[in-house]
Design a protein around this ligand. Structure first.
Ligand code: CP
Length: 504
């Protein structure tokens, strides 16, 4: 099977096949060989006239600069922002508009990092040039996983099958453990052992996913129990920035027995990896480990340059460029998150206290949310009627308004406060449309933000509903949705994440 990365978005490691990972490892090794034989600049014309745009909403040293180095050594250029200070993000510009500007600025590829899960899929949907995920929230960091795999592949004589790897530090809030373990799941006979505090431990959902992909995952009591049984120990930094309300000193206490120091590696033939940076306060790797043969994380960081250089070469090393035409695809405006419900009879049933001729009924609101929802919609101040009601024999309250169609932001506001509202549109006294509004349940998913106007979209992963952006599974919980309605909705969803077609 031929492998091509031409103009491809790099969003999730799960989009890569085993062959593609191995092909990039081989390409990364070729870059390594050029460097080590004095040919660093032998491809200096490969990306002449190409420009990379880096958009880093979060701090980075390695990811941003290694992409820049790769671009420079291939003869291309780079431009962008590192931190939002000094950009129009400070004036509330959306990701959609900022990404669009980078396309309008005649760039050829975007590398972006953003704190929200799914933000990179959204950026890829918006952009008419390829987008590379440099880290989205606690979701994914696919090029980190690829460089980690390249490091192991290189240090293990180009073999990945049969690997025994340990994970430590923070397996819960970081994205590198997720991406690397999913990358390894393409290979045979992989064993992962980990040791960490419960709070920082491997998420059950990830453990189950890995098990379903044939990876053996075992929790051990101590770091030395792990060290004893692995070839590589992948240590990670506690991601304090993703633990609101948690103090660093609590993490220091939690990490006490899980830090890597010389005593924990003594007697074992193990290589210690770390995506870096190390937090110097927590010191999850003691500085004395830096000077031992086990230390492999600085070589790992340089493999990041070889991997990213190879990836850019594969993606952009061809003639031609994408013209920008100032238009956006309609798909960016409309979601597929409305689960249609059957309309019983043609007329409004007995669900209304006083019937309406034209308008909307927001039904099945969660108990206790009525005030918050009506406050968020602020219908009366916008010139519409707003009747709120709870009927004793029905557990869930509803809102009735003469606003005929709720704008997407209103629907999202309602769903954020009261998941899965039923929306009924009424015309000339008859219900003409009835649907349940679904919204991804991942609190950090970009599709839940109001101002970004991301249209919630799902796909059906062999019958499991998943968010298009953060890819988390979604389970319909609405007690009134029938199995037939649910099945019909799933059947209407795409089977995978298809790229958005850009208008000519
Ligand atoms: N490993 C990694 O992503 O490093 P940076 O945060 O410095 O980019």
């Amino acid at each position: 099977m031929s492998v091509s990365f031409h103009d491809r978005d790099i969003i999730s490691i799960t989009d890569f096949s085993r062959e593609e990972i191995l092909s990039l490892c081989a390409a990364g090794r070729r870059m390594w060989e050029r460097e080590k034989t004095g040919q660093r600049n032998s491809l200096r014309d490969a990306l002449k006239h190409r420009t990379l745009s880096y958009m880093f909403y979060e701090p980075s040293t390695r990811t941003r600069t290694s992409f820049n180095t790769g671009m420079r050594e291939l003869g291309g250029r780079y431009d962008g922002f590192s931190g939002t200070e000094g950009t129009s993000v400070m004036k509330n510009e959306t990701v959609r508009d900022t990404v669009t500007m980078m396309c309008a600025n005649h760039n050829d590829v975007i590398v972006m990092r953003h704190p929200l899960d799914g933000s990179l899929q959204w950026a890829a949907d918006v952009a008419n040039i390829p987008v590379i995920n440099g880290g989205d929230g606690k979701n994914e960091h696919p090029t980190q996983a690829l460089l980690d795999v390249l490091t192991i592949y290189s240090l293990r004589e180009e073999r990945l099958d049969g690997l025994r790897v340990g994970f430590g530090g923070d397996l819960s809030h970081g994205r590198t453990v997720r991406s690397l373990s999913l990358a390894l799941s393409h290979f045979d006979d992989i064993t992962i052992r980990w040791a960490a505090e419960d709070f920082l431990g491997m998420p059950e959902e990830l453990e189950e996913l890995l098990a379903s992909r044939g990876v053996k995952v075992a929790r051990e009591k101590t770091v030395r129990d792990v060290m004893r049984q692995v070839d590589f120990y992948y240590m990670t930094r506690p991601q304090l920035e993703r633990m609101p309300g948690v103090r660093q000193k609590d993490i220091v206490a939690m990490m006490k027995q899980y830090r890597i120091d010389r005593e924990k590696i003594e007697g074992f033939d193990v290589r210690v990896l770390h995506p870096l940076p190390v937090n110097s306060e927590i010191a999850e790797i003691d500085y004395r480990v830096y000077f031992t043969p086990a230390q492999a994380f600085f070589a790992q960081a340089e493999f990041g340059i070889f991997l990213r250089k190879a990836l850019l070469h594969e993606m952009l090393g061809h003639e031609g460029y994408r013209h920008y035409n100032g238009r956006l695809p309609m798909e960016l405006a409309v979601g597929n998150n409305r689960l249609p419900r059957r309309i019983h009879g043609l007329k409004q049933s007995g669900m209304f206290i006083d019937k309406i001729h034209d308008g909307a009924v927001i039904d099945h609101l969660a108990q206790g949310t009525l005030r918050a929802v009506s406050y968020a919609l602020d219908l009366e101040n916008r010139g519409y009627s707003c009747t709120t009601a709870t009927i004793t024999e029905k557990p869930n309250p509803f809102i009735k308004t003469n606003l005929r169609e709720l704008p997407e932001r209103d629907l999202k506001h309602v769903a954020l406060l009261s998941p899965e509202p039923t929306i009924n549109y009424v015309k000339e006294g008859r219900i003409v449309e009835k649907f349940v509004y679904l919204l991804c349940g991942n609190a950090n998913c970009i599709s839940r933000t109001i101002n970004e106007d991301v249209p919630p979209r799902f796909y059906s992963d062999v019958g499991t509903i998943r968010c298009r952006y953060c890819r988390r599974p979604y389970a319909v919980a609405h007690r009134k949705v029938t199995p037939e309605e649910r099945a019909a909705y799933i059947a209407s969803l795409p089977a995978r994440i298809e790229p958005v077609a850009y208008p000519d």
